[in-house]
Design a protein around this ligand. Structure first.
Ligand code: NAD
Length: 334
């Protein structure tokens, strides 16, 4: 069989990594997946899957050996509840992972390397209002990243730039804005807001109230997973080496997100606000001007459609695991 090339995907047991492996297989690549664990909800389609702890140098030498390209997604991370309470662990693990994977790629003669950064690198001082200006790539500096997770991502972005400039490794850096979709973590403490809200709505009866963190007026934009993996691939194939936003530029509040999911579920849902819970920045949106210029493309799946697919999957999982009555998963027809 002839392959387009041989690639490694780190974090292939995670949400985006698993979807990316499927995408790259469909594109005709030989794919090695690497993670400390296999994907949670279905088998990996990778040609080879190595269970390795990428904090350690020797693991990385094996992980990046004999491949043309590396997609570096492995990270110790989670939603706002996790990253605000595990800063030392996140900084320690991800610094070790990022530097060792990058250096091993250089040592092993990898040609291209894509690092997955985050909107969390943007300065807090630009995100204090519910209706902030969308974040442009150059807004990253003067830096005031999210404490812990954001600073560690920003540092790894810089490391990629230095490796390109000094060692000639072709690096690409993508900044994700809230990626969501089926096969993403939806419980256990690491889940993000769309998955958490889908789970809470699925488990609620019509007329119930669900817990909302903060006053619900904090805003975000959300990007569906299929657009995310296509964007990653397009960026890897492009000649653009500076960091690039990858997200939707439609901003909505958490309150609106809850109403949207409740509408999809066909349930009347009330909100109980917990002001003691972490909310992250007050408002955040992606400026996609450069994304459109560089890739000639932008995410296309609507939030409504993405949430419908995600709610359907999560309610199906809850039903299968016996946490939800089958009738609760009925979708609204509207
Ligand atoms: P995820 O947690 O589902 O996947 C990360 C994977 O990395 C997990 O499977 C985990 O087991 C693996 N990992 C952690 N420590 C490891 C280690 N020591 N060795 C090997 N593997 C290890 O997260 P995701 O949502 O798929 O995110 C993928 C990447 O995108 C991460 O770098 C994340 O920081 C970044 N990102 C994601 C989002 C988002 O909205 N999902 C937003 C911004 C940035």
């Amino acid at each position: 069989m002839t392959y387009k090339g041989k690639v490694a995907v780190t974090g292939a047991g995670g949400f985006i990594g698993h979807h990316l492996v499927s995408y790259l297989k469909a594109e005709g690549y030989w794919v090695r997946g690497i993670d400390v664990k296999h994907p949670d909800y279905e088998n990996t389609p990778a040609d080879e899957f190595l269970e390795l702890d990428l904090r350690y140098w020797d693991s990385n030498l094996i992980a990046t050996k004999g491949v043309d390209e590396v997609y570096a997604l492995a990270a110790n991370m989670g939603g706002i509840g996790f990253i605000e309470t595990h800063k030392a662990e996140i900084v320690r693990d991800n610094t070790m992972i990022n530097m060792h994977t990058l250096e091993s790629a250089r040592v092993n003669g990898v040609h291209r390397y894509l690092y997955t950064s985050s909107a969390c690198i943007y300065p807090g001082y630009l995100q204090n209002e519910s209706n902030p200006a969308p974040l442009k790539e150059e807004d990253a500096y003067p830096a005031a990243a999210e404490d812990g997770y954001g600073w560690e991502k920003l540092y790894a972005e810089r490391a990629c730039r230095h490796y390109r400039e000094d060692f000639g490794l072709e690096t690409r850096v993508v900044r994700f804005h809230n990626i969501f979709g089926p096969l993403g973590t939806y419980d256990g403490g690491r889940e993000k807001s769309p998955a958490a809200i889908c789970r809470k709505v699925a488990l609620a009866a019509t007329g119930d109230s669900i817990e909302v963190w903060g006053d619900g007026e904090q805003t975000r934009s959300y990007c569906y997973i299929d657009d995310c993996v296509e964007g990653i691939y397009r960026l890897m194939r492009s000649a653009h080496h500076d960091p690039l936003n990858l997200g939707q530029d439609r901003m909505i509040s958490i309150n609106q997100l809850v109403d949207m999911v409740a509408g999809i579920a066909g349930k009347k849902i009330y909100k109980a606000y917990d002001l003691t819970k972490p909310q992250g920045v007050r408002g955040r949106n992606s400026d996609n001007t450069r994304l459109r210029q560089v890739l000639g493309w932008e995410p296309a799946v609507s939030l409504e459609e993405g949430l419908r697919r995600t709610y359907t999957w999560i309610s199906g999982e809850l039903t299968r695991s016996g946490q939800m009555e089958p009738r609760g998963s009925a979708l609204a027809t509207a």
